[in-house]
Design a protein around this ligand. Structure first.
Ligand SMILES: *[C@@H]1O[C@H](CO)[C@@H](O)[C@H](O)[C@H]1NC(C)=O
Ligand SMILES: *[C@@H]1O[C@H](CO)[C@@H](O)[C@H](O)[C@H]1NC(C)=O
Ligand SMILES: *[C@@H]1O[C@H](CO)[C@@H](O)[C@H](O)[C@H]1NC(C)=O
Length: 414
């Protein structure tokens, strides 16, 4: 019995070792620095409390060519710029300085009670999305100092930039009552568009606090909101232990990932609430249809795919079409996992592909770029929110791995 057990444990360890991919640590920061116009501007910002280094936590990311976009939500006061990028030109500086995007002016909070002068501004953003038409989509919540003295500077809006010219294409403000509820919290944006039809783009905006999904159509300049029981959190799975911090969250629908197009041109959207172990799906033929948003008979158009397993709570997820794999952050397991929807979703087919009890503390966002690199941002956010980060340690990392290397040897490879 003991021998068998030892053998089993050995096999298990070997299997785990084979399954876990080696990640390249591309960036590692103790605290974030920004590309100020000059040293005087930086010192003035520190003096005025407009830049409090320890309050700047990177959270979301996406890549376009030699720019890696990183968001810095205004959780606390003193965020220098909420939208920035770090250059990917060689040689990469591992603790690179953040360059505000599109510029400093757009990232500057208006003084006192004044409103932003133009549509070209970003107050606070959690996640962004680069689309195949060289555009950057930003979900601007408009809310500053969330954990301190929250201030709604501008209403939640979808902001779109042309990446080739770095100019604003559009700012679409969500509808005050229809789209935005008192408890709304928009922390993610998923863009559904193909390169040959750039005008016909949709953005899906999960509302983790209001338990809904807002759909925005660029072509129709319109938005609508879906609600569904599956957008709610699971009260039995909102307990987290991450980086030595215990906390309870009620975050609902959070990650949406677009599966491959079917013969009708629509896609399966895989989605999950954050505080949940389940994965669900719905067709984009449903989400894109404004009429259905008000239809009370749509309950069965949303499906339960299955349960991922214990401690598998996920923030962001992405879909890799070539391998047909859904890739998901694993907040409660310091890692990243995958699942191939050709197989039923259960804990056997759900594989941990990256794990590191230090480097992957709170895998907040992931993205796949055009070269099929998987980018992972980890940022110790629970300690940032509930305790204090140690500025002598590396707190924020961005890591990279080829998708095929990440999923090799797992049930995700068909
Ligand atoms: C990397 O960037 C940091 C922050 O700007 C700077 O302090 C450091 O000198 C840079 N390192 C190199 C090797 O350029
Ligand atoms: C788009 O819709 C908003 C209202 O939601 C409106 O204020 C704006 O003028 C519209 N833009 C265009 C170009 O029609
Ligand atoms: C939206 O759904 C309704 C009800 O199923 C259907 O009648 C209508 O044709 C759909 N609209 C589009 C544009 O597909």
């Amino acid at each position: 019995m003991l021998v068998l057990r030892a053998l089993f444990l050995t096999l298990f360890v070997v299997y785990q070792a084979n399954a876990l991919a080696e990640l390249e640590e591309v960036f590692a920061w103790k605290e974030l620095t920004f590309d100020w116009p000059n040293e005087d501007a930086k010192n003035a910002a520190i003096k005025d409390g407009e830049y409090v280094p320890e309050n700047n936590l990177p959270l979301g990311l996406d890549r376009w060519k030699n720019k890696l976009f990183v968001t810095v939500p205004r959780w606390k006061n003193g965020v220098a710029a909420s939208l920035a990028y770090v250059p990917l030109d060689a040689p990469i500086n591992k603790s690179a300085t953040f360059i505000p995007y599109p510029d400093w002016k757009a990232n500057t909070i208006p003084k006192g009670d004044t409103k932003p002068e133009s549509d070209n501004h970003i107050i606070s953003t959690f996640r962004v999305s680069v689309d195949p038409c060289d555009r950057l989509w930003v979900m601007d919540t408009g809310l500053a100092d969330i954990l301190g003295s929250p201030k709604q500077i501008s209403p939640p809006a979808v902001v779109i930039y042309d990446l080739n010219t770095n100019t604003l294409l559009k700012r679409y403000t969500l509808k005050e009552h229809e789209d935005v509820k008192a408890s709304s919290f928009f922390a993610n944006i998923i863009v559904d568009v193909t390169k040959d039809n750039c005008d016909d783009a949709y953005a899906y905006l999960p509302d983790l606090g209001g338990y809904g999904v807002v759909v925005y159509s660029l072509k129709n300049n319109d938005s609508w909101r879906f609600k569904h029981n599956y957008f709610h959190f699971d009260p039995l799975n909102g307990d987290f232990n991450v980086g030595g911090v215990n906390f309870q969250w009620t975050d609902g629908v959070f990650g949406l990932a677009l599966g491959p197009q079917d013969s009708t041109g629509f896609r399966t959207v895989y989605f999950h609430p954050l505080a949940s172990l389940n994965e669900f799906s719905v067709s984009t033929s449903v989400l894109k249809n404004k009429t259905l948003a008000d239809d009370p008979h749509i309950y069965n158009l949303f499906k339960l795919e299955g349960k991922k397993g214990d401690k598998t709570q996920t923030s962001a997820s992405v879909f890799d079409e070539k391998s047909n794999s859904l890739i998901l952050t694993q907040l409660n397991r310091d890692g990243v996992a995958c699942w191939n929807p050709k197989k039923p979703l259960n804990s056997d087919n759900f594989a941990l592909i990256a794990h590191d009890p230090e480097k992957l503390i709170f895998t907040n966002d992931i993205k796949i770029d055009d070269e099929r690199n998987l980018w992972i941002l980890s940022d110790k956010m629970p300690a940032f929110i509930y305790r204090k980060l140690n500025p002598q340690e590396v707190n924020y990392r961005i890591l990279k791995v080829k998708v095929d290397d990440a999923i090799a040897g797992t049930p995700c490879v068909a």
